[in-house]
Design a protein around this ligand. Structure first.
Ligand code: FE2
Length: 511
């Protein structure tokens, strides 16, 4: 059988995905969960071994890489940057495929030893991989695709028309591009660094603290960067960072609030452009900036139907590369595509533990593909009452200003949250929505009264059955859901990680 392997590695958040010739996603995972290094940029042997379990003798394997390395190296060279993982000879080398092949197979030593010789190695443009990861996992037959990230090879934002031809082959027509160094993602990362946070990691904290400030400095940011025009061209290259003297002495929460308002302004310009360039009511949105769930509440002003896959950043691009290799619509079911902790999802036991202890870990079934815990590697808690936030924080030790996320039975979401226009659901925590009962659920409500909602559809998954049972027992259709991880580490992957969590925090983790 033909199988399509997608790889993203070498920059940050390495990932591996495997798709078969029926369009089924057999495996998708992040290297960091195996190596325990947050945002691990390289593939590690453990994830390779696990992906290989899905490859049978006689399979023809097509390897798909998520970038065009020599194009990226050329951009880095022109920009005066130090070269990335691919050396200078890659740019001019006559045997570029062999260079990539060597790189892949060096990391895939086990793979070679097992005698699985890749049938073909192919590279794909970075933004096209984002487009494919997003479009081919959506239910749409045609869509406008918007990709906004920090940077691919040269593209920093792109708009595409996506559709399937009569043979079911996915087609992508690029309608617009914003090229390096003009980058909405790099701007946001630079502002993240300006606030003393880690760029390419803590952008979500900037987004979170924005709710605590007043957007007093939007005009200053506009004057400095000047990108809020139809061309979206920046006055300066934010890739090299922002001088600390910019807005020196200003309140950091106010800077964050202003930075968020400005990024929303830029995203709106792109969305408006996308709406004009392609006649479709369907939006498929990807790239790391699509993780800004606060900004996503505006998308319904431009499109009626919205799809953001659970892993729209670069780790998700491994699936985009595999999708391009396969070429057709994927059979998307849910995000549970990683390591399997085998067993029946422990519904009864977990409800009992929640009623007795209020807080319990769960590690059961396949790990989520994406940065957010969606219920198979989660720390769950009863969301009601004023004490639960600090109790969960005794374990999580995260900043008190950050709220936790709620998961709710999808059909009841409108009773508890004011979902933004054209957001009927949010299965992967893609959007924030005002909570109608903030006093009842203070642990899951942010300073601005919103929550990062996860709606759980009636799809028979373990987490759905758990929420149903919890609702039946308590009359509350909501659980607090935060990631199950040892502090400073990526999310728990297997049972031995869960055991370590149990010991360290003296908190039960049920499998
Ligand atoms: Fe990207």
């Amino acid at each position: 059988m033909k199988k399509y392997l997608g790889i993203s590695c070498g920059f940050h958040d390495a990932g591996v995905s495997l798709v078969d010739d029926n369009g089924d996603i057999l495996f998708a995972g992040h290297s960091e969960r195996y190596s325990k290094k947050k945002h691990d940029s390289e593939l590690c042997p453990e994830i390779i071994d696990e992906a290989l379990e899905w490859v049978d003798n006689g399979d023809r394997l097509f390897v798909n890489y998520y970038e065009r390395p020599w194009v990226k190296a050329w951009r880095q060279f022109r920009a005066g940057q130090k070269l990335g993982p691919f050396n200078f000879s890659d740019i001019f080398g006559t045997d570029i495929y062999n260079t990539l092949y060597e790189r892949v197979t060096k990391q895939w030593g086990h793979f070679m030893h097992d005698g699985h010789i890749p049938h073909f190695v192919q590279t794909h443009p970075h933004h096209k991989c984002h487009a494919a990861a997003s479009f081919q996992t959506s239910s749409f037959d045609e869509a406008t695709i918007v990709i906004i990230d920090a940077i691919g090879e040269n593209d920093c934002a792109t708009i595409w028309k996506g559709y399937y031809n009569k043979k079911g082959k996915a087609k992508y027509k690029k309608l617009w591009t914003l090229k390096y160094p003009n980058s909405i993602g790099l701007y946001y990362s630079a502002m993240t660094a300006r606030l003393g946070l880690r760029p390419l990691d803590e952008e979500y904290i900037l987004m979170g603290v924005a709710a605590y400030g007043e957007p007093k400095y939007v005009k200053d940011i506009e004057d400095k960067f000047g990108a809020h025009t139809d061309s979206l061209l920046f006055k300066e290259n934010t890739h090299i960072g922002i001088d600390d003297s910019f807005l020196e002495g200003a309140d950091e929460f106010d800077i964050a609030a202003s930075a968020q308002v400005y990024v929303e302004k830029l995203i709106k310009i792109v969305m408006s452009k996308a709406r004009q360039l392609n006649k479709s009511d369907n939006l498929v949105y990807g790239g790391g900036v699509a993780l800004n769930c606060s900004a996503n509440r505006f998308l319904g002003q431009y499109f009626e139907n919205i799809w953001i896959m659970p892993n729209p950043g670069d780790a998700g691009n491994s699936l985009g590369a595999a999708a391009l290799g396969y070429g057709k619509k994927l059979n998307w079911k849910n995000a549970f595509l990683g390591t399997d902790i085998v067993g029946v999802y422990p519904v009864v036991e977990t409800v009992k533990a929640l009623k007795e202890d209020k807080i319990v870990g769960i590690a059961s079934g396949r790990a989520e593909f994406g940065p957010r815990a969606l219920g198979t590697r989660s720390l769950l808690a009863d969301p009601r009452g004023s004490k639960i936030k600090s109790e969960v924080n005794k374990i999580k030790k995260r900043q008190q200003f950050r709220p936790f996320a709620p998961m709710i039975l999808e059909e009841l979401v409108d009773e508890y949250f004011e979902m933004p226009t054209h957001w009927n659901n949010s299965p992967y925590m893609q959007v924030t929505a005002p909570c109608k009962y903030p006093k009842k659920f203070p642990a899951i409500v942010h300073k601005d009264g919103t929550s990062r909602v996860q709606t759980v559809p009636n799809d028979g998954t373990g987490i759905r059955r758990l929420l149903e049972a919890w609702y039946k027992e308590t009359g509350c259709p909501i659980l607090l859901n935060t990631s199950l991880n040892v502090r400073g580490e990526p999310m728990v992957n297997d049972r031995s990680d869960a055991d370590r969590f149990e010991k360290l925090y003296k908190t039960r983790v049920i499998s």
